[in-house]
Design a protein around this ligand. Structure first.
Ligand SMILES: C[S@@+](CC[C@H](N)C(=O)[O-])C[C@H]1O[C@@H](n2cnc3c(N)ncnc32)[C@H](O)[C@@H]1O
Length: 213
C-alpha cells in the first residue's frame, strides 16, 4: 500500500516538474552529467541509463561515444516524452521502474544512473536488477547525492519531511555495503562537490564474471 503511494509520489512529482526540469536545474544537471561521463569507461558498448529523465546524460553519451547503442528507462512518462523530443529515434526509451527492468540477463556492457538513486524505495532490488542486465565484467556507474556532506545531510532531512517523492540519501560506506551485498566487484567510490550545496558521489563497480563460492 505505502509502496504504491510512494511510487505515485514520484510519478506526480515528475508529471508536475517535467516541463521546467531542464531550465530550472540546467547548471546542476550539466555538472552532474559531466561528472558521470568522466567516470564511464572509454569503450562503454551497449549502455542502459536508468532514470534517464529528459535524456541529458544520453545526449552526452551519444556525443562522447557515437558508436554506443544507448537505451533509456524512466518511471515518468512526462520526462520520457521530453527525452523523446530531443533524442534521435535510434535511442530506445521505455517506461519502467528500476526495480523491475524489462531486459534479459546480460544485455548491456554499461549501466548508468544519475541523480536517481535517492528515489529508490528498494535499493537492493534495484541494484540486483542493474547487475542482472549487465554482462559479466560490465560496468555499473551510479552518481547521486552523498550524505557524507553536511549540506546534503541537512537537505536529506528536509526532503524526507517535505517531499513525499524523496526516499533517502546514502554515504560512501552505506553505498559500498549495498554494492557488496549485491555481489558487485571492483567497487570504487568517490565523493566530490559540484556546488557549495551539492555533494555527490559516483560509484563504479563491475559485475562478477562468474559467481565464486
Ligand atoms: C532528478 S531526475 C534525474 C534525471 C536524469 N537522470 C538527470 O540526471 O537529469 C530523477 C528521475 O528518476 C526517475 N525515477 C525515480 N524513481 C525511479 C524508479 N524507481 N525507477 C525508474 N525511474 C525513477 C524520475 O522519474 C526522474 O525522471
Amino acid at each position: 500500500m505505502s509502496f504504491n503511494r510512494d511510487r505515485n509520489a514520484v510519478i506526480q512529482q515528475y508529471a508536475k516538474l517535467a516541463r521546467e526540469y531542464d531550465s530550472r536545474w540546467s547548471s546542476y544537471i550539466r555538472a552532474t552529467t559531466d561528472a558521470t561521463i568522466e567516470r564511464i569507461p572509454p569503450l562503454p558498448g551497449a549502455v542502459l541509463d536508468v532514470g534517464c529523465g529528459t535524456g541529458t546524460l544520453i545526449l552526452r553519451l551519444l556525443d562522447e561515444f557515437p558508436r554506443s547503442d544507448v537505451i533509456g528507462v524512466d518511471a515518468s512518462l512526462e520526462m520520457l516524452e521530453l527525452a523523446r523530443s530531443r533524442l534521435p529515434t535510434r535511442v530506445k526509451l521505455q517506461q519502467c521502474w528500476a526495480e523491475s527492468l524489462p531486459f534479459n540477463d546480460d544485455s548491456f556492457d554499461t549501466v548508468v544512473s544519475c541523480n536517481m538513486f535517492h528515489y529508490i524505495r528498494q535499493p537492493s532490488i534495484a541494484l540486483d536488477e542493474m547487475l542482472r542486465v549487465l554482462r559479466p565484467n560490465g560496468t555499473l556507474v551510479i552518481t547521486d547525492w552523498c550524505d557524507d556532506f553536511i549540506t546534503c545531510k541537512l537537505c536529506d532531512i528536509y526532503l524526507r519531511w517535505f517531499d513525499p517523492s524523496h526516499f533517502r540519501m546514502y554515504g560512501l560506506s552505506q553505498c559500498r555495503a549495498l554494492l557488496e551485498a549485491a555481489r558487485a566487484s571492483q567497487i570504487q567510490l568517490e565523493k566530490y562537490k559540484v556546488t557549495w550545496l551539492w555533494g555527490l558521489m559516483t560509484a563504479t563497480a563491475r559485475k562478477q564474471s562468474s559467481i565464486t563460492f
